[in-house]
Design a protein around this ligand. Structure first.
Ligand SMILES: [Fe+2]
Ligand SMILES: [Fe+2]
Length: 284
């Protein structure tokens, strides 16, 4: 009996094991060079901006999934929801630690986090649970395709501080493992295709604007916002031969397909490769 692509994706999704991992990363952030991404100012401040936005964003995802989990009746997905919550909570914690380091470097990371916290409260008050879940699905798709790029495209992490690279790769692995959880809960909650794609269009604009604004603040603090060299680094990072846009575009567009499912793109081999490397951690 042949199974369809859709059935195969659902099958993979239902079988995914999503453990919470407490990693044994041991490094002193104070030893990290200011431009830890191979001395590239644009790439470093871009990833610093992402990190700054993660903790509150991830807490918002947890709330959105929790507020819809009563629609889920099957045990396998409920177990995955638990794993998703653990993973996102640990990511939020790790990135909060990193954000303290950003503060110590003179970047206003805590202020950005505080702003995000207020925004999260307003979202909870004014956006229905299914709307927040659609936002979560859209951003989870972004994080999943960027995670794939981190794990699959050596150019993305080339020159990155080695210890720090391990932290980003771990986050990318877990984003890959749980990439379908919010999506599957959205399906169970009866979320529509129209809501899903309109939300993605809005989130694309919002996500790019938000990340760029925070990055611009960081560059301003460094006195490099109007540096032609840094803008050139940015052009290469986004639109160069191995740049983000070329790397993620087809996966991004795929989200607009009515029958899309995150596991249509089966990249479990990346998880196996990472596990084989033997990174030490405790399962929680
Ligand atoms: Fe995460
Ligand atoms: Fe995630």
């Amino acid at each position: 009996m042949t199974i369809t692509k859709k059935q195969a994706a659902r099958e993979i999704s239902s079988q995914m094991n999503i453990p919470g991992r407490k990693m044994d990363f041991e490094f002193d952030l104070n030893e990290l060079p200011r431009y830890w991404h191979g001395g590239d100012v644009f790439k470093t401040t871009y990833m610093n901006a992402l990190s700054c936005l993660f903790p509150e964003g991830e807490r918002m995802f947890i709330d959105a999934v929790r507020d819809n989990q009563h629609f889920v009746k099957d045990e396998a997905l409920l177990k995955q929801v638990k794993g998703f919550i653990k993973q996102e909570a640990i990511h939020g914690h790790e990135h909060s630690q990193f954000n303290k380091y950003l503060d110590s470097m003179g970047y206003p990371a805590s202020k950005v986090e505080a702003f995000e916290k207020k925004e999260k409260k307003l979202m909870k008050k004014y956006i229905p649970a299914i709307g927040r879940l659609a936002i979560t699905c859209a951003i989870e798709h972004f994080t999943a395709i960027m995670a794939h790029d981190i794990l699959n495209n050596p150019q993305t992490t080339k020159g990155m501080d080695e210890k720090f690279k391990a932290l980003w790769q771990w986050h990318a692995i877990e984003e890959t493992e749980h990439k379908a959880v919010a999506f599957d809960v959205y399906q169970k909650a009866g979320g529509s295709y129209i809501r899903r794609v309109i939300t993605m269009m809005l989130i694309t604009i919002f996500f790019c604007l938000r990340t760029s604004t925070v990055q611009a603040i960081f560059l301003w603090k460094d006195g490099k916002l109007f540096s032609p060299k840094v803008w050139w680094q940015g052009m290469k990072m986004y639109f160069g031969k191995n740049g983000i846009v070329r790397s993620i575009w087809s996966d991004y567009i795929d989200y607009y397909r009515p029958s899309f499912h995150p596991w249509d793109h089966d990249n479990r081999e990346l998880l196996e490769e990472w596990i084989e490397k033997g990174q030490s951690y405790k399962t929680v």
